[in-house]
Ligand binder design. Structure first.
Ligand code: UDP
Length: 598
């Protein structure tokens, strides 16, 4: 980065920031009484213009800069005078024609991935004008959300500038400086974008779009330029699609009066927060910019490789976008009311309840009496259940099947199910112990290595005053011992029996004996007794919060490594389902039976 570049970026950024805050302060007083109807942001373009003059730099930039200012003023005028939209379009086309006259034009076309260049001749003028109009209109639409519009513009400017550093011979000085101006002006507006979002900003959106379009024309690297300029199209892709749809329907004689929503409006409607929408759209834009940079770095590589990277990149991006969006989804978004719910994930029926709701149900089981079974289903349980029919039936017939495991929760969100956070089995067991202590009912522990259940019982009794563990037994017994174990549990009359023998052994054992046992809550708890007894350390709090407990446990016990294979398997199954047959639900949502009805 040379001194001129630094100076230009610095003055543009700082000047615009200062100018914008003066503007904001001037408008702030008025806003309360009468919201301003005029968009003053476009005036900010004077800042880099003054900087250019002061530095006596970038003569080639004057034409596009003045063109953008003209577009801003004309768009503003047409807004003030309430002229039809078509006039605004004609005015932008006029400004584009002037630019063309002064040599800012697309005059040849390079066939993608080849060295064949075709001169455009007379078509140069309409193509240049059409291109500049497209950019202006797209950014003009995107400017209804200033933070996104200027964020995307800033990303485009920075990308162009990096391209200019990577291949200076192909970009040239005017394009490099223009990229800096776009980046500086847009970046400086970002901090204020949220606060003055209620201000109209379409005319300045037109201007910045026009400038970005011109940037693509001034530079020689039109492919990368086009990729960056297409960004706002993504932002408003839904109205674009909507416009096409409306047009086609009108051709067929159908009338559709409703305005199509912008992509961001659609997302806001679905319950995503404004910050999440901004973050995701920016993330996607940044991804596309990086893809553009990657393409530039591959300039010297064979055509097939470039084509492969481009196609792969364009396919992968939306997929990541989709995954992120779904993972951000909160349970209260789609199904705010109507709990309790049950979902069916790959033929396994689960209850996507929060910890509180799950405990409430379990307490209901205890009060109600009679045998009930709770399964804590993690990723491996669901994957196993695909092959193990007995396990599948057990989970499907359980009175409560919670989602224990970040993998299950994320996959359920990908499938668009309303899911609360995960319900870790060990936490649920402890909280059930607390409930039993409060109700004055005993619990029983069965499983883990000899001595572990005794130690866990001591810890639990100390932790929850009033709790009585009236039965404990290790989990390595012979089949012939089972009648005696069952008889002893019956005599202990626990309200809850926690069986810690690992999935699916514990579930099958409970299922086989549940009718004889007559324990209100029978629950498989895997390695929880080891954790409570202090034999296995639990992951640090931050790892639990980020859903990385599985990673910690695998690090402590590498023998668990093969079990990790379940995660990619469930993830692939989920992606296949979510992406390729989102409509065909062998996964469904419906109200679960309330405990009282059992
Ligand atoms: N276990 C048992 N009897 C058996 C096999 C295993 O009591 O026949 C115990 C084992 O000692 C451990 C628990 O079951 O305490 C299994 O823990 P793991 O972490 O494998 O189960 P997960 O929580 O993954 O289901």
């Amino acid at each position: 980065m040379g001194t001129t570049d630094l100076l230009l970026l610095g003055t543009t950024f700082a000047g615009t920031l200062g100018f914008a805050s003066i503007l904001r302060a001037a408008l702030a007083g008025r806003q309360e009484h009468e919201p301003p109807r005029l968009d003053a942001r476009g005036l900010l373009l004077f800042v880099p213009l003054v900087a250019l003059f002061a530095m006596r730099a970038g003569e080639g930039l004057l034409v596009p800069m003045l063109g953008a200012l003209a577009v801003y003023q004309l768009a503003m005028l047409s807004k003030v005078l309430h002229t039809p939209r078509s006039l605004r379009i004609v005015l932008v086309l006029g400004a584009a024609a002037v630019l063309h006259h002064y040599g800012v034009s697309i005059d040849s076309f390079r066939v993608p991935f080849t060295t064949i260049t075709m001169p455009l001749g007379w078509a140069s003028l309409p193509i240049t004008a059409g291109w500049l109009l497209l950019c202006a209109v797209l950014f003009g639409r995107a400017a209804t959300i200033p933070s996104v519009c200027y964020g995307v513009a800033a990303l485009s400017g920075v990308t162009f500038y990096l391209v200019a550093l990577m291949v200076p011979w192909a970009v040239g000085e005017p394009a490099r400086l223009l990229a800096l101006i776009v980046a500086g002006v847009s970046l400086a507006q970002l901090p204020a974008a949220g606060q003055i979002s209620q201000l109209p900003s379409q005319p300045s959106g037109y201007a910045i779009g026009f400038l970005i379009g011109a940037l693509a024309v001034v530079g020689a690297l039109k492919h990368t330029a086009a990729l960056a300029a297409v960004l706002p199209m993504l932002v408003i892709s839904v109205p674009l699609f909507g416009a096409t749809y409306t047009y086609v329907s009108a051709l067929r004689g159908m009338r559709i009066g409703q305005r199509r929503q912008h992509l961001h409006e659609l997302l806001l409607d679905q319950g995503y927060s404004a910050r999440q929408v901004f973050g995701v759209l920016m993330g996607l834009s940044a991804y596309l910019c990086l893809l553009g940079l990657l393409m530039v770095s591959l300039i010297a590589q064979p055509v097939w490789l470039k084509a492969l990277v481009l196609v792969g990149g364009l396919m992968f991006g939306p997929l990541v976008f989709f995954v992120i969006l779904r993972c951000l989804r909160r349970p209260d978004m789609a199904f705010a009311e109507g709990e309790p719910l049950e979902v069916e994930m790959f033929n396994v029926r689960l209850h996507p309840l929060s910890m509180e709701a799950a405990l409430e149900r379990a307490e209901g089981f205890i009060r109600e009496g009679g045998p009930h079974m709770i399964v804590t289903s993690d990723t491996s349980a669901i994957v196993r259940a695909q092959e193990d029919e007995e396990l599948r039936t057990i989970i499907n017939e359980a009175d409560l099947a919670t989602m224990d495991g970040q993998g299950v929760v994320l996959c359920a969100r990908l499938l668009n199910f309303p899911v609360s956070n995960r319900v870790p089995g060990v936490d649920m067991m402890e909280q059930l112990c607390e409930i039993c202590a409060r109700l004055g009912r005993p619990v029983a522990l069965l499983g883990a290595a000899p001595g572990v259940a005794d130690e866990a019982a001591r810890v639990l009794e100390a932790r929850y005053p009033g709790l009585r563990v009236t039965y404990r037994h290790h989990g390595y017994f012979a089949p012939e011992d089972e009648p005696q174990i069952v008889a002893e549990i019956q005599r202990a009359e626990p309200a809850a029996l926690f069986v810690a023998m690992g999935i699916p052994k514990q579930e099958k054992w409970i299922r086989a004996h549940i009718d004889e046992l007559q324990v209100p809550v029978c629950m498989g708890v895997g390695g929880s007794l080891d954790v409570v007894a202090g034999k296995v350390k639990r992951a640090p709090a931050w790892m639990q919060r980020w859903g990385l407990e599985w990673l910690y446990r695998t690090m402590l016990e590498p023998r668990r490594l093969p079990r990790l294979a379940a995660l990619p398997r469930l993830f692939m199954m989920t992606l296949r389902k979510a992406v390729f047959s989102p409509g065909s639900h062998d996964v469904g949502v419906g109200p679960a039976d309330a405990p009282e009805s059992k």
